[in-house]
Design a binder for this molecule. Sequence first.
Ligand code: ZN
Length: 171
Amino acid sequence: MDKKFDRYITIDKIDYVVSRKKKKKYECIFCEIAKRNPDVNPNIVYEDEKAMVILNIYPFNPGHLMVIPKKHLELFEELIQDEMNYLMKLTQASVELLKKIYEPEGFNIGINQGEAAGASVLHFHIHVVPRYEHEFGFMEVAGSRVIVEETEDTLRKLRTHAHEIERYLKE
Ligand SMILES: [Zn+2]
């Protein structure tokens, strides 16, 4: 942590920042997933030669997906047109997949660029988070979310319907 920024860190952020530093076993976890490192649990929902869709293991809501190019790049502005088009299409496909399974009332679709913006992995990725009017199944406990659905169950549902992504990409 850069000393000059200490005063901007609030108490509830400290745990998060510390645990994030400790977790860093690999240079880039998404590159390890793309390389199929057997020691990394990939949670892959869909993949092809260019990109992948994985389930976030620290989800904001069940079904929180990340759309990730296999090539390591960190900046949104580095994406070339073809990559941009493809990742956007895959993001749309991920939205369609989540609509099929969870019927959410809304989505957060977004990019956190740089650690200052909350990116815990610098490898470019797009978050797709299903949202609900009343967020049934959740409660706020001491500032952290309790997620009712098990990751394994979410993953099983997503993989069962992953053909929806392929179908959408072909449209
Ligand atoms: Zn990477």
